[in-house]
Design a protein around this ligand. Structure first.
Ligand SMILES: [Zn+2]
Length: 117
């Protein structure tokens, strides 16, 4: 997200250095521009994941709230929150597998990075 967290300094796909501490201004803009121009497929895939996290979180917290307040069931509410943790973990694994896939495809087409990080 633009703002508090800086983007990765190196491209997650081709490992090219996008920004460093000397030129950190507009680092999110540099990052997005790099992805949109060099890896448009990855950019559109990557832009979907934050909303997946948001939807998953909203869904499980919604269920937990209904269980706690509507059905007065703290155990079911706790199960919902545990399911949320599992779902987020699965999403994160899914996401890192996706990044791995894009990187493997890039390396196949362009050769492995000269200086793997
Ligand atoms: Zn790249």
């Amino acid at each position: 997200m633009p703002g508090s967290n800086p983007p990765p300094k190196n491209c997650p796909v081709c490992k090219e250095k996008i920004w460093d501490d000397d030129n950190w201004s507009n680092n999110w803009e540099r990052y997005r521009t790099h992805l949109n121009t060099v890896h448009p497929e990855f950019a559109s895939w990557d832009s979907k994941t934050p909303s997946l996290y948001g939807l998953t979180t909203a869904f499980f917290f919604g269920v937990a709230a209904v269980m706690a307040f509507q059905f007065q069931s703290n155990i079911m509410a706790a199960y919902s929150l545990i399911s949320w943790v599992i779902a987020i973990t699965a999403l994160t694994a899914f996401r890192s597998r996706g990044i791995h896939r894009f990187r493997a495809q890039w390396n196949e087409e362009h050769g492995a990075p000269v200086n793997p990080v």
